[in-house]
Design a protein around this ligand. Sequence first.
Ligand SMILES: [Zn+2]
Length: 215
Amino acid sequence: MFINIHTHSEIFDAKVEIVSLSPGDPLKPNFHSRGIHPWKISKDYKKELEQLKVIANERRCIGIGECGLDKYSDVDYELQKTVFEEHIKLANELNKPLIVHCVKSHTELLAILKKMENKVPVIVHGFNNNLAIATTLLKAGIILSFGKALLNYESNAVESLRNSGRDKFFLETDDSDVSIKYIYKKAAEILFIDEEILQEQLKNNFRKIFKEEIL
Ligand SMILES: [Zn+2]
C-alpha cells in the first residue's frame, strides 16, 4: 500500500494521495489538503482565507496547506508570515495537521509555531536540507516528508532520511512526474529495509498523524 502525502494532481497510483488544493478549487471526493501556497498569496488573500475557513471543514480535507514561508517568493515576507499564522490558527481550530512549505525559513518556522502555540502535527514537505536542520526540526516534533530528492544519492534528503526516526517521516511526489512507488523503492534501499516494512511503517504513521483508518 502506497501513501503519497503531498501532490498537486491526482495520479491514482497510491491508496492515499493528499492532493494540495487552493481555497477556491472545486471539491474533491478523495483526501486532500487546502491552503494558500506562499507563492500564491494575492491581494485577495483575505477573501481566500475566509473561503478556506469554510471549505477546510469538509470531511475529506485532512490537512491544512500547502502553506508556509519562502524567502525566494516574490510575496512580501511579513505578509507570508501573517497568512501562515492564519493557517496555523485554523489548523488548530479544526485539529488538522499542517502541510508546510519551508524555504530558508526554518528558524522563522519554529518561532512562528511557538508564538501561535501550535498543537497540531506539522509536516515539512519536500525536505532536502542538511542534517543539522533536519535534527533541529525533528527535535521540535516536526515530521519530514521526502520526495524526488531521494533519487539522488548525494542529496541532503538521503542523509536526513537515514537519520529520521521511522515514525517521523512520509513520502511524496509533490509536482514531479516520478511515481510514488519508485520513491518508496528508493527509500527502502536507503534505509536497508524491505519495502513491505516501509509500507507498513508509513501506514502506521499516516494513521497516527491523520487519525484516519485505511485498509
Ligand atoms: Zn507542493
